[in-house]
Design a binder for this molecule. Structure first.
Ligand code: ZN
Length: 173
């Protein structure tokens, strides 16, 4: 059974959505912090804006579901791409090394995944009310993606951007 098929009522959908949006807000804030380190306040502001949208969205979802209880859900199979890559132990190294182009790519990957999550549900949930709301959410994620795409055009990726030292700090042994 796919995740979308399991999301068979509005409560379940809203529970997943609020977790997703709150996570998204945290991820965007991390990227914004990173762009501040890189002295790129405009891109930082864009990530802050996306974090703000996600928090607004989460609040909206909580309001919509007031009176119902949003269950705390168990870990699920939604994968965020964050700072904690498998080969990176120290977040400050990553902050330092990550380029604007790379940060935008990560943000776009996350928005794309959020979009796909909502889109799948808009097609696969057995409940028509869930499908309709999921379609609305998918549309919003698409707008976020478009915003990031515009930035990426201004920061075309070079090889330099994508070069990624997996082991930046050589500690003396
Ligand atoms: Zn979004």
């Amino acid at each position: 059974m796919s995740l979308a098929e399991k999301i068979s009522d509005l409560d379940t959908f809203l529970t997943y959505s609020v977790v997703l949006e709150e996570e998204a807000a945290d991820r965007h804030d991390e990227l914004a912090d990173m762009m501040e380190v890189h002295n790129n306040p405009e891109v930082a502001a864009t990530f802050r804006k996306l974090a703000h949208y996600s928090r607004l969205h989460a609040r909206e979802i909580r309001d919509r579901s007031s009176g119902r209880s949003l269950r705390v859900i168990a870990p699920w199979d939604f994968e965020w791409e964050g700072m904690e890559g498998p080969e990176t132990g120290d977040i400050s190294d990553v902050n330092y090394l990550m380029s604007t182009g790379h940060a935008l790519k990560i943000a776009m990957g996350n928005e794309q995944r959020a979009h796909d999550f909502y889109f799948e549900i808009s097609k696969g949930s057995p409940d028509p009310a869930v499908r309709a709301l999921a379609a609305e959410f998918a549309e919003e994620e698409k707008e976020h993606l478009e915003l990031l795409e515009k930035w990426l055009e201004k920061h075309p990726e070079s090889d330099e951007d994508m070069r990624w030292d997996p082991d930046p700090a050589h500690m003396p042994e």
